[in-house]
Design a protein around this ligand. Sequence first.
Ligand code: ATP
Length: 346
Amino acid sequence: MAPVFSSPQLFYPSLPLSRRPRWPRMDSSVPHHRTDQSKTKLIVLMGATGSGKSRLSIDLAGHFPHSQIVNSDKMQLFNGLDITTNKIPIHERKGVPHFLLGEFDSIEADVAASQFRSVAGTTIADIASRGNLPLLVGGSNTFIHALLVETFDPEEDVFAESGSASPVLRYDCCFVWVDMAWSVLSEYLGKRVDEMLDSGMFEELAQFYDPTKAGVMVGLRKAIGVPEFDAYFRKFPPWESPENGVVPDKDSDPIRREAYEEAVKEIKDNTYRLAKRQIGKILRLKEAGWDLTRLDATATFQALMEKKKRQPSSSPSAAAELEWRWIWEREVVEPSVKIVKRFLEE
Ligand code: ATP
């Protein structure tokens, strides 16, 4: 497969040179993996927000029927704000069991990395003890790191400038990293925010809004969308309607509309920042010796956005739908299946 961009600089123009990727080619070939029979086998799907990890996890589960998914997205651990945090909807899970997805009820306290290590560690052990295959899926790299390293020190920030992650892991891991050109990911992320708003994110956040908690930044209140719209709702509070519950308003005057657009812009900017930080952390883990295989989803997402441009309605043509799915299958799903198959046979 020909690389879409010849220089890593085009992928990560905003990252400092020292953090830019060093791979010589797209890693779609099946890598050699050293296995350790004494450790639990774990598939780890990594990638920035919006890169298609959840979709890939379900596609992989179709090829490995005993797969069970363990969430490692910090915000998706909590119960609530399903649209805002982008939880995979139940109908898209295709019956594949998911763990730690919306299981934390306390939305007003942070989950510590050591707590995640303990809870996710028990979940993975349970899945494996029943003869199933655990797939860790989510974008929180500090949690992924805390869970996977053989020895975890909660006091140490391995992602700080002077820090470094240990390459010694407590599982036998097969890492798949879904990535794409930054220009494509950023365009997609902006469109995804618009789609989330069309799906009811604004209304969901109005329901969640609590004037006594606005400005409090713990737990689910850190989710992108909450602080940005808290500021909006403080100025333009949603109102209670006996028939419709909490109703937010963004259109009744131009000042509101402008403030709404400003909040949406902040959400988009914060999403881009999150994705950049996540990619930066993944690169740090790769540099530290984690055996990550990078798959390039650029062409898929280009086709997906092309489809949306040609067919902005919710009923895309069958041909356009087929086209991007076909590219996704060829460029991401098939190589991942090969990688996992080989890993499981070792
Ligand atoms: P950090 O140390 O910065 O918290 P991390 O790797 O532990 O990084 P990330 O998953 O990168 O965790 O999340 C960092 C922040 O990004 C969260 O605190 C939250 O503000 C936002 N965020 C992450 N995931 C989501 C999500 N699914 N929905 C909304 N916001 C999110």
